[in-house]
Design a protein around this ligand. Structure first.
Ligand SMILES: NC(=O)c1ccc[n+]([C@@H]2O[C@H](COP(=O)([O-])OP(=O)(O)OC[C@H]3O[C@@H](n4cnc5c(N)ncnc54)[C@H](OP(=O)(O)O)[C@@H]3O)[C@@H](O)[C@H]2O)c1
Length: 277
């Protein structure tokens, strides 16, 4: 046991902390007195200036060595980890036919296996004293969207993984939760990969119409403070739930409608909402 073990300050690692939801979570938790380690792929690149005390760590969630080194560095510096917020991720749009296999693998490597890698590396220390894992999923982890199959699949995988992990970790005092945001204005829109092949090929008309509808939704999206506030609430809850939807009402109701409506009725409404035939 190190000296730092006895410190009352709780320690959190936030992945994907250089931008968007991860950055807001890191800032909010630092403001609330947490000792925050922010994982970022490139700590030498300009990370948004933050008024809060965040300790930056180089961390690419697609690489085992990078993740293990980051966890070791936190344990050496702070002696403990009380919580993990897995926020690293990106989105992609394109048809199943057009998106190459290497891009399909790549999005799983970050959005799903990245979170799994971090959970694996942090599990022993979390188990030793109890703690929290919050995985940032998406509404797209609850409902399928056309031309978003790879992103949806990566988030559906994260959902199943987190639900399973929750059973394994609960007896050790580790709470596993999923946060399922709708559209929020972050870096995700600019970094999104859009398939040129789908824009030009057989699906071009449907894809174009889908992109227009989605862009209209995203144009109304708010900044992601509600997501960070929810993450903080989960980390303060002695018994957090498995799933938390956070979205504007018109989006947040979709998983419920998908469950309650007959499939044909839901599909008809959803197609209209998305501007599809
Ligand atoms: N914004 C939304 O509308 C929305 C909705 C639902 C779910 N989400 C989920 O929220 C999470 C955060 O996204 P965001 O909206 O905050 O987007 P963002 O602003 O683009 O942030 C994504 C973060 O992930 C990091 N990242 C990407 N690949 C990485 C890797 N291999 N290793 C480590 N970090 C990596 C990025 O780091 P770099 O700076 O190095 O690229 C960035 O810090 C994602 O999992 C996303 O799927 C977002």
């Amino acid at each position: 046991m190190t000296m730092a073990d006895n410190s009352p300050q709780r320690v959190v690692l936030v992945t994907g902390a250089s931008s968007g939801i991860g950055l807001l979570c890191a800032e909010r938790l630092a403001a609330k007195g947490w000792r925050v380690f922010g994982g970022a792929r490139n700590v030498s690149a300009p990370i948004p200036v933050s008024d809060f005390n965040i300790q930056w760590l180089p961390m690419d969630v697609t690489e085992d060595a990078s993740v293990c080194t980051a966890i070791d560095r936190i344990l050496t510096t702070a002696g403990r980890i009380d919580a993990i917020v897995n926020s690293a991720g990106y989105s992609m749009r394109g048809s199943v036919e057009d998106v190459p296999m290497e891009e399909a693998r790549a999005i799983f490597e970050t959005n799903f296996l990245g979170a799994l890698r971090v959970c694996r590396a942090a599990a022993p220390t979390l188990r030793a004293r109890g703690g929290y894992i919050v995985n940032i999923s998406s509404l797209a982890g609850l409902i399928g969207l056309p031309f978003t199959a790879h992103y949806c699949a990566s988030k559906f995988a994260l959902e199943g993984f987190s639900e399973s992990l929750r059973y394994e970790m609960a007896p050790h005092g580790v709470h596993v939760s999923l946060v399922e945001p709708g559209d929020y204005r972050t870096g995700i829109q600019a970094s999104r990969r859009i398939s040129k092949e789908t824009q030009q090929g057989i699906y071009a008309r449907a894809f174009d119409s889908f992109l227009l509808k989605r862009e209209a939704f995203e144009a109304r999206a708010a900044t992601a403070e509600p997501v960070a506030a929810l993450v903080e609430k989960i980390l303060e809850d002695p018994a957090p739930s498995l799933r938390y939807v956070v979205a504007m009402p018109a989006q947040g109701v979709l998983p419920l409608l998908r469950r309650l409506l007959p499939q044909a009725v839901y599909e008809f409404c959803f197609r209209r909402l998305l501007g599809l035939n």
